[in-house]
Design a protein. Structure first.
Length: 363
C-alpha cells in the first residue's frame, strides 16, 4: 500500500521503516525539506533498536507529490505542526483516500474534517490515541526505535467508516489496534501529555542544565504518584463522557512489558531491566512545547465542558506557562479554529461521530 508520511522526525522515520519492513511503500515529505535531503540523495534510512536495518523510503519534493496517488496519508509530526500540514495537504486530498493521525491531539481530526468540508469532501479520518513507534531521530538518516507498541487505541470519523479504518490500520501496522467508540474517546486516550508534564516538571533543572538523565530511573515513586493523580483526572473525564480507556498502569504494562503495580515501581522495573531512554536535555522539548498547548489545554477544556474539572492539569499549564514565560493556552491554534468554546457537549459528540457536516451540529 502506498502511504504518504507527512513529517520527517523520529515518528515519521520509525513509521516509514516499519511500513517498509511490512511490505508497504511509504513516501516521506518534510515540510521544510531539510531533514530528508540526504535520503532524497540516495542515502539509506538506518534504524536501530526495536527494528534494525537499512531502508530506502521514497522522498517527495512537495506535499502534493506525496499525497497524489497515496492510498493513506499518515500525519506523523508534533501537534504544533498539525495545522500547517493539514492546510498544506487538504487541497490535494481526493475521494478514496484516508488520513491517519499518528498521535492525535487537540481534536485535530475535526479541524481537518472542516478543511475538507470546505472543499466539498468527506473522507475517513483515523485518529490514534498514541504513536505505533517511539524513539529518537539520531541524524537526518538515522532513527533509534525504542519501542513498537503492542496496543494503540483508534477511532475513525465518521464512525460509519470505523471497520474500514481499523482494517487499514491493521493492514499497515499489524494487529495492535484497539477500536474505541469514537474520536471523543481518543481525546482522553493519549496519556503522553499528562505523563510528560509530570516528568518534565519534576526533572526541570536536569533539562535546563542539559544533563543526560535516564527517564525511567528518575520517574521515582513521588513522580509516579503525581502521574497517577493526573491519570485519575483523565479517567474522571472519560467516565463523564462514557468512554472506555486504559489506565496509566495498564498503559505501562502493555507498552513496556512490566508487571502491573504503582507507576514508580513499574518505571523502576524498566530501569533495572536496562531501559536506556533518556529524558529531555533542554527546555526546548515536545514534552512541554507540544504536550502542554495541544495535550493539556484540550483536556482542561473538555473537563470543564463535562463537569469534571482537571485541576492538576490546569495547575500544570499555569506553572509551565510561568516557568517558560509563555501563554501556552494561546499557542493552541486548533481549538480556536473549531470555535471549541462555543460547542456544547452534544455538538462535540455529533462532530466526533459524523464528521464536519452542517447537519451534524445540534440546533
Amino acid at each position: 500500500m502506498r502511504v504518504a508520511v507527512l513529517g520527517a522526525g523520529a515518528i515519521a522515520y520509525g513509521g516509514a521503516a516499519y511500513l517498509i519492513e511490512r511490505g508497504h511503500d511509504p513516501i516521506l515529505w518534510s515540510p521544510s525539506g531539510r531533514r530528508t535531503r540526504e535520503l532524497a540523495a540516495g542515502k539509506p534510512l538506518v534504524a536501530t533498536g526495536a527494528l534494525e536495518g537499512e531502508f530506502q523510503p521514497r522522498v517527495a519534493s512537495s506535499c502534493a507529490d506525496a499525497v497524489n496517488g497515496a492510498e493513506v496519508i499518515l500525519i506523523a509530526l508534533p501537534a504544533n505542526g498539525h495545522r500547517a500540514v493539514f492546510d498544506a495537504a487538504a487541497p490535494h486530498i481526493r475521494p478514496g483516500q484516508m488520513v491517519a493521525i499518528s498521535g492525535h491531539l487537540s481534536f485535530g481530526a475535526l479541524y481537518l474534517a472542516r478543511k475538507l468540508a470546505d472543499h466539498g469532501l468527506q473522507i475517513p479520518i483515523i485518529a490514534w490515541g498514541t504513536t505505533v513507534t517511539t524513539g529518537r531521530q539520531l541524524s537526518p538518516t538515522q532513527v533509534r526505535i525504542a519501542n513498537i507498541r503492542k496496543r494503540v487505541d483508534v477511532a475513525t470519523i465518521p464512525t460509519e467508516a470505523s471497520e474500514h479504518g481499523l482494517a487499514v490500520c491493521r493492514d499497515l501496522f499489524g494487529d495492535r489496534f484497539v477500536p474505541r467508540s469514537d474520536m471523543l474517546a481518543i481525546a482522553v486516550s493519549n496519556l503522553n501529555p499528562q505523563n510528560h508534564m509530570g516528568i518534565a516538571l519534576l526533572n526541570l533543572t536536569r533539562m535546563e542544565r542539559g544533563e543526560a538523565w535516564g527517564q525511567s530511573q528518575n520517574l521515582t515513586d513521588a513522580v509516579g504518584r503525581l502521574l497517577e493523580a493526573l491519570d485519575a483526572e483523565r479517567l474522571a473525564i472519560a467516565s463523564a463522557i462514557g468512554a472506555e480507556v486504559r489506565t496509566i498502569r495498564e498503559h505501562y504494562h502493555l507498552s513496556f512489558n512490566v508487571p502491573m503495580g504503582p507507576v514508580g515501581e513499574m518505571s523502576r522495573a524498566m530501569h533495572e531491566r536496562g531501559d536506556g531512554t533518556l529524558g529531555p536535555t533542554g527546555l526546548d522539548t515536545r514534552y512541554v512545547l507540544e504536550d502542554v498547548p495541544f495535550g493539556l489545554v484540550p483536556t482542561e477544556r473538555l473537563g470543564r465542558l463535562v463537569g469534571a474539572p482537571a485541576m492538576l492539569h490546569e495547575s500544570g499549564i499555569n506553572l509551565l506557562s510561568a516557568i517558560y514565560g509563555r501563554d501556552f493556552r494561546a499557542e493552541n491554534d486548533l481549538l480556536p479554529a473549531l470555535d471549541f468554546d462555543r460547542l456544547s457537549l452534544a455538538d462535540l459528540r455529533a462532530l466526533c461521530r459524523d464528521g464536519w457536516r452542517k447537519d451534524a451540529l445540534v440546533a
